[in-house]
Design a protein around this ligand. Sequence first.
Ligand code: HQG
Length: 183
Amino acid sequence: MPNDIQISKFMSLVLRHAPEEAGLILDENGWADLGTLCAVIRQKFGASASDVERIVAENPKKRFAIAGNRIRAVQGHSVDIDLGLSPSIPPAVLYHGTKEDSLHAIRREGLTSQSRQHVHLSKEIETALIVARRRKGKNVILRIDSAAMAGDGLTFFLSDNGVWLTDSVPPRYLLEISERELS
Ligand code: HQG
C-alpha cells in the first residue's frame, strides 16, 4: 500500500513549488503532464497511475485537479503561474490563521503572500485555526473586513477547493480576534 500522504506531499511540492524535481514543466496555468508525474511517482514510491488518481480523488482538501492527461494543484503555488480564476465577490468577513511571532510584522505591513502567489483566507474561523495550528507557537486569528476591501476595489479569487485568495491585506482591514472570543 503506497504512502498516500507522502505521495500527496510530493505532488504538492512538485506541482506548486519545484516542478524540476520531477522533471515536470508547468504551463502558464500550472498544468503538468500526468503521465510524466505518474512515472516519477511509480519509480519513487512504487505507486501506480490508478493510485495517483485515487489520491487526487480522495485528497481531503481537494488540492489537485486532473483534466485529461494533465494535472495541476488548485492553489498554494510559489511558482509564477496564472490559475485563470475570475474575480469573485467574497463573503463580508474572511479569516486568516497565523502565529503570534508574525503579528508585529503583520500589524506594520498587513498580510503579504510571503513565498506563495497569494494570501490564503477562509470563510470559516475553524479552518483558519487549523491553518494556524500547522506551526509551533501561539495561534492568532485575524478577521478580515473583506466587504470593505472589495468595496475599495481590491480583488479576490475563490480557488477550486474553496480557499479565498487575494494579493495582500493592508493592516486597516485586519482585526485581531482575542483568545476569549475563540474559546
Ligand atoms: C504569515 C496550507 C510576517 C502568514 C494551509 C503565514 C493554507 C506574515 C505565513 C495554505 C506576513 C505564510 C496557506 C507578514 C503573512 N509578515 N508574516 N507581513 N503576512 N504572514 O504557508 O496562510 O495544506 O505561505 O500569516 O491550509 O499559513 O498546503 O501561508 O503564517 O490553506 O494545501 O506568513 O497552506 O494548505 O505561510 O497557509 P504560508 P498560510 P495546504
